[in-house]
Design a protein around this ligand. Structure first.
Ligand code: ADP
Ligand code: MG
Length: 259
């Protein structure tokens, strides 16, 4: 199988409503794809269906192992667990009672911490780390079994723009160096231009495209339901929300750019 993920004719019903209706898309290997859509659009539903956690109709083919970071995973401030021990839990999830030899465990954990650029705080308690550091620990946790596909559900939701950009840059490097494919759900438009692909969900349907296809004034404005300007200047893309001088006057203007 060439692709990391192939989905066709996928339908999923939640609470009596067909949340996803006959959607199809393909994710090549080593690609960073943003999964976007409003709250309730079905992002979490899609990720859980890919994991095989929900009954669904249609076909889902995954070309390898999956690593997953669920939405709103809270690390309690008092949790007496060091980052490296938390990452090691990722090795045990599927085989309780069958401990690996400890040297290979340590190597796997160290490699995942290194890949997620989390070595610097590996011995600190997870609950004491900053939001961005915690996200790196969660990425290391998802990476520890060397997955081919990483599914991250709203990992940027509680981060400021700087921390979120750093996580996006880290994931881009992982796509390039380890040929991991990343599917990251988000409702924030700021970081879209940094992604290779965009998969967006609305009204039960999915649309998959390159940044050139999707990061456009008319497409994003329709998707988000308010005016968004996409400005291409000197080879960079700027996404400007709330710049129409009307109801969003009071909002801060968000700008993001890629070279
Ligand atoms: N366990 C559930 N039972 C019933 N309805 C659900 C359940 N989970 C999600 N839904 C509904 O499915 C729709 C999609 O939800 P979700 O996938 O969580 O959206 P998103 O992650 O994009 O915010 C929503 O209308 C939600 O209310
Ligand atoms: Mg969700």
């Amino acid at each position: 199988m060439n692709a990391a993920l192939e989905v066709s004719g996928l339908s999923v019903t939640q609470g009596g409503r067909e949340v996803l209706r006959q959607i199809g898309f393909e994710l090549p290997r080593g690609v960073f794809c943003g999964l976007i859509g409003a709250n309730g659009a079905g992002k979490t539903t899609l990720l859980r269906a890919i994991l095989g956690l929900l009954p669904s109709q249609g076909a889902i083919r995954v070309g390898g192992r999956i690593g997953y970071v669920p939405q709103k995973l809270q690390l309690e401030p008092d949790m007496p667990v060091r980052a490296r021990d938390f990452v090691a839990l990722g090795l045990d999830g599927h085989r309780f009672g069958l401990a690996l030899p400890s040297r290979s465990r340590t190597q796997d954990v160290d490699a995942a911490l290194h890949a997620a650029e989390a070595e610097g705080f590996a011995n600190q308690r997870v609950g004491q780390l900053s939001g961005g550091q915690q996200q790196r620990v969660l990425i290391a946790y998802a990476l520890v079994r060397s997955p081919d596909l990483l599914l991250l559900d709203e990992p940027l939701a509680n981060l400021d723009i700087k921390a979120a950009s750093e996580i996006v840059a880290l994931l881009k490097r992982l796509c390039a160096t380890r040929k991991v494919s990343v599917l990251l759900s988000a409702h924030d438009i700021n970081l879209l231009p940094a992604m290779d692909r965009i998969l967006y969900l609305a009204d039960g349907k999915a649309l998959c495209g390159t940044v050139q296809d999707v990061v456009r004034t008319e497409v994003l404005s329709r998707l988000y339901g308010y005016h968004i300007d996409v400005i291409r200047v000197h080879g960079r893309i700027l996404v400007v929300a709330g710049g129409n001088g009307r109801e969003h006057d009071h909002d801060p203007v968000h700008v993001s750019a890629i070279p």
